[in-house]
Design a protein around this ligand. Structure first.
Ligand SMILES: [Zn+2]
Length: 155
């Protein structure tokens, strides 16, 4: 950025809420939320049922949360994992919290199949093979399984 830009009259510092994608947007189709976090479905035909659990307040690391919030977030992540297993029937589930691109605390819950595009690599890596046709997972179905899991019932 040219130094003169910093002093131009129209320039001001953007707030976190303005500059952070997950402060501005849900990050997917909202399936469920409470006052602390939300579960969103990510539309990706290669990974039906893939979802994210997004902490609502802008923090970047798990250790920015106190113990009670941390436990709450993980109980939501694990209920989401159970729901993904019950509805998408994957061979494996990947749980990941990276935040290198969007440093706003969120967990990815990713169903994996041995013949999916990236297996056994991470879904963000180079593809290993072509896409396979997979049955879609409806948001409403995933939501019902999630709510059951969160209540401690079988998904
Ligand atoms: Zn944010």
């Amino acid at each position: 950025m040219h130094p003169s830009f910093l002093h131009s009259p129209g320039w001001r510092v953007m707030s976190v809420a303005e500059s952070c994608q997950l402060c501005r947007e849900a990050g997917g189709e909202v399936l469920w939320q409470d006052e602390r976090c939300r579960l969103v479905l990510v539309a990706d035909a290669d990974y039906p049922g893939m979802c994210r659990v997004v902490w609502k307040r802008h923090v970047s690391e798990m250790t920015d949360l106190d113990n009670a919030d941390r436990s709450h977030l993980m109980s939501v992540v694990f209920a989401a994992e159970k729901a993904v297993r019950a509805t998408a029937r994957p061979d494996k589930v990947n749980l990941a919290s990276l935040g290198n691109v969007v440093p706003h605390l969120h967990w990815h819950v990713i169903p994996r199949w041995r013949d999916d595009r990236h297996f056994p690599g991470a879904v963000w890596g180079p593809p290993m093979r072509d896409s396979r046709d997979r049955p879609a997972v409806a948001g409403a179905v995933l939501r019902e399984a999630f709510v059951r899991s969160l209540a401690g019932e079988p998904a």
